[in-house]
Design a protein around this ligand. Structure first.
Ligand code: ARG
Length: 575
C-alpha cells in the first residue's frame, strides 16, 4: 500500500470538487517535521492561483471536501495554504499488522508494464571492468524493484559482440589453437585482446587474414561463425562467474548482444534513406539533427552507415529501440550506461522517433551514471594505471572483509564466518555504489564502505542481525507473536509509519532507476528502530506491550531483509 498515492488521489478529488481542473496535482509529500503532520499537500497554492482564489480560503474548501476516511485523523491548513495531514494511529496499527502477515509486506503488486532493462553489457574478448560494475549492480537493483511491484522485466544484456575487431580476434584464436591446442587458455581476456591487436598491427599477413575473416563472418561463413561463437561463449562464461559472485540475476539467457540487431541494420538504413532522414554525405549515410548543434552551430550529423558500408553503435541502438517496442512489446526500455553515452543515446532515440518506429507512449530512458573515482579524485585505476578487473576487485573485497571479521571477537563457526565475509565483502562493494545518486561521480573508498558506521552495507547487515538476536536470545519465534499492535508511544508510531512507507521508496526506484532512495530509506528505518529500541523496552515489558513491540521489531527485520534483497545484498542471521 502506497500511502502517498492514496492521499494524493484523495486530496486531488477534493481539489477537483472545489473547482480545480481535472489534471490538477495535489503534490503530497512526506513531511519533514512531525508538527507538519505525516504528509503535506503542497499543490493547493498553485491551484488557487490558477483559479484566482485566495489560497487559504481555497485550502479550507479543499479540506471541507475531503471525504472522511479511517486513514486520516485530521487535516490542518498551514502557512500560505499547505495542508498538513495527520494519519490515524488506529489505522496505522491495523496496516502494520496486515503488512506483517503479508508475504510482500503489504506492498501492492499491481504494476503490469513490460520493461526492457538493458544493463551490464560488457564487451566480448574483454574483461569486465569497474565501468561495467555500476551498470550491472544498479541495473539489477532496478530490475528487482520493478519485478517486486509486479512488472514483467526483460533483461537485455547488450553485449558488445559484433564489429570489425572480430576479424583479428578470430585470426588470433586460430593461431593459438594451432600452436597449443591442448592448453588453449583464454582466462586472461585482456592479454588475449592485446596480443591479437599487436599481431594485427605488426604482421601484415595476419592483418590480411583478419580483414578477410571480417568479411566472411559478416557473410555468415560457418567456420568464422563458430570461432566467433567460441569467443562469445568463453567471455560470457567468465562474466557469468562475476554475476554469480555479485548476486546479480543475469543469466546466459539474457544475452541480447549487438549481433542480434545486425541483420536488421541494412533495412533500417534503407528506410531512413527512403524517408529522407538519412542523406549521403561524403560517401557515408548521415542523419542531420536540428536538435543537436555541432561546433559551428550547424545541425549535427549522425553517421548511420560508414563509407565502407559498416554500421555503427548508433545504428544498432536505433534497431534495438525498434525491436524492444515492436517485437518485445515493451512499454518502457531503460538503458544503464555511462553518462558519456548520453548524447549517443539521445541521438539514436531521436532518430528512432523521427522515423516513426515507436509511438510517443513508448518510454525510452537513459539511466546514466557517473564515474567511479579513486581516492585521488581521478578515474579508478590500478596502481600501475591499468583498468581494474572486476574479478580482482571482488577478491580484494573478500580479503579485506576477511581481516575485518577476523578482528571481531565473534563466536561464529568457520563456516558461518565465511558466509559473513562473503556477504559483507560483496555487500559493501555493491552498497557503496547503490547508495549514491547514480548521476554523480563517486569515490571508491575501501575504508568507508567497510565501516560498521554510517550508511554502509556492514551497518545495515549488522542492524538486521541485532533485531534477529532479540528473538534468538529470548527464544521467541517471530511467527508465534499474537495480539494487537498498539502505537501509544511516539517512537512506536514513528516506526510504524516508516515501515508503511517501504512501498513508496521501492516505487521511486522502479520509476526513476534510483536505488539510493531505497538505501536511504533502509538506513533511516534502521536508525528509527534504534531510537525506538532505546526508548521502548521490549523483553521486560508487560506481555501485551511486549507482543506488540516484538511485532514491530519483526516487521522491521523483515523489511530490512527484503529491502536489502531488492538491492541484491545478502543478510546473515549472526555476525
Ligand atoms: N557495451 C557498451 C559499453 O561497454 C554498453 C552498452 C549499453 N547499451 C546500449 N544499448 N548502448 O560501453
Amino acid at each position: 500500500m502506497n500511502i502517498q498515492h492514496i492521499l494524493s488521489e484523495k486530496i486531488k478529488q477534493a481539489m477537483i470538487g472545489s473547482g480545480a481542473e481535472q489534471n490538477v496535482e495535489a503534490l503530497v509529500r512526506q513531511s519533514g517535521k512531525p508538527q507538519f503532520g505525516d504528509y503535506q499537500a503542497n499543490g493547493v497554492m498553485g491551484a488557487a492561483k490558477k483559479l484566482g482564489l485566495n489560497p487559504r480560503e481555497f485550502a479550507q474548501k479543499v479540506v471541507d471536501n475531503v471525504d472522511s476516511d479511517p486513514l486520516i485523523e485530521k487535516l490542518e491548513i498551514a502557512g500560505p495554504g499547505f495542508i498538513n495531514i495527520f494519519l490515524n494511529p488506529a489505522w496505522l496499527s491495523e496496516q502494520v499488522q496486515t503488512s506483517l502477515n503479508d508475504e510482500k509486506l503489504g506492498v501492492s503488486v499491481n504494476q503490469q508494464q513490460t520493461v526492457v532493462v538493458d544493463y551490464s553489457s560488457p564487451n566480448v574478448a574483454k574483461e569486465m571492468h569497474v565501468g561495467h560494475l555500476r551498470s550491472t549492480i544498479i541495473g539489477d537493483g532496478v530490475v528487482r524493484a520493478l519485478e517486486f511491484l509486479g512488472n514483467k522485466v526483460i533483461r537485455a544484456n547488450h553485449v558488445g559482440d559484433w564489429g570489425t575487431q572480430f576479424g583479428m580476434l578470430i585470426a588470433y584464436l586460430e593461431k593459438m589453437e594451432n600452436e597449443n591446442a591442448s592448453e588453449m587458455q583464454l582466462s586472461d581476456l585482456e592479454a588475449f585482446y592485446r596480443e591479437a591487436k599487436a599481431h594485427y598491427d605488426n604482421d601484415s599477413a595476419f592483418a590480411e587474414k583478419a580483414r578477410n575473416y571480417v568479411v566472411k563472418l559478416q557473410g555468415g561463413d560457418e567456420y568464422c561463425r563458430t570461432m566467433w561463437k567460441k569467443l562469445v561463449d568463453i567471455t560470457m562464461q567468465q562474466n557469468q562467474r562475476n554475476y554469480e559472485r555479485l548476486n546479480v540475476t543475469l543469466t546466459e539467457k539474457d544475452v541480447m548482444g549487438e549481433s542480434l540487431y545486425n541483420p536488421m541494420l541494412p533495412g533500417i538504413v534503407a528506410d531512413l534513406k527512403e524517408k529522407g532522414l538519412a542523406v549521403e554525405d561524403d560517401g557515408a549515410l548521415v542523419v542531420f539533427l536540428e536538435e543537436f548543434k555541432n561546433k559551428d552551430g550547424d545541425p549535427m550529423g549522425v553517421i548511420v552507415q560508414k563509407k565502407d558500408g559498416g554500421f555503427l553503435y548508433t545504428t544498432t541502438d536505433i534497431a534495438a529501440a525498434k525491436y524492444r517496442y515492436e517485437t518485445l512489446k515493451a512499454d518502457r526500455a531503460l538503458v544503464f550506461s555511462d553518462t558519456r553515452q548520453s548524447q549517443h543515446m539521445q541521438q539514436a532515440w531521436l532518430i528512432t522517433r523521427k522515423a516513426g518506429y515507436v509511438p510517443d507512449s513508448f518510454s525510452l530512458e537513459h539511466q546514466n551514471f557517473g564515474m567511479m573515482l579513486g581516492k585521488d579524485g581521478k578515474p579508478f585505476k590500478t596502481r600501475t594505471g591499468g583498468t581494474v578487473k572486476l574479478a580482482d576487485l571482488l577478491d580484494e573485497a573478500v580479503e579485506r572483509a576477511g581481516k575485518l571479521i577476523a578482528e571481531k571477537n565473534t563466536n561464529l563457526t568457520d563456516e558461518e564466518k565465511q558466509a559473513v565475509v562473503e556477504a559483507v565483502a560483496i555487500g559493501a562493494v555493491k552498497y557503496s555504489d547503490l547508495s549514491k545518486n547514480r548521476t554523480t561521480d563517486y569515490v571508491f573508498d575501501w575504508d568507508n564502505m567497510l565501516s560498521f558506521e554510517g550508511n554502509t552495507a556492514p551497518y545495515m547487515q549488522y542492524a538486521y542481525t541485532r533485531i534477529r538476536s532479540i528473538f534468538s536470545k529470548s527464544g521467541i519465534d517471530p511467527d508465534t507473536l499474537k495480539g494487537k499492535i498498539n502505537l501509544t508511544e511516539d517512537k512506536e508510531r514513528t516506526l510504524a509509519l516508516k515501515l508503511l512507507q517501504f512501498e513508496e521508496s521501492v516505487s521511486v526506484v522502479a520509476k526513476d532507476g534510483t536505488p539510493h532512495v531505497l538505501c536511504q530509506y533502509l538506513y533511516e528505518l534502521a536508525g528509527i528502530f534504534s531510537s525506538f529500541y532505546e526508548a521502548c523496552p521490549i523483553l521486560n515489558a508487560e506481555d501485551d506491550i511486549k507482543q506488540s513491540r516484538l511485532q514491530l521489531a519483526s516487521l522491521t527485520a523483515k523489511t530490512l531483509k527484503q529491502g536489502l534483497e531488492l538491492l541484491g545484498i545478502k543478510t546473515v542471521e549472526k555476525m
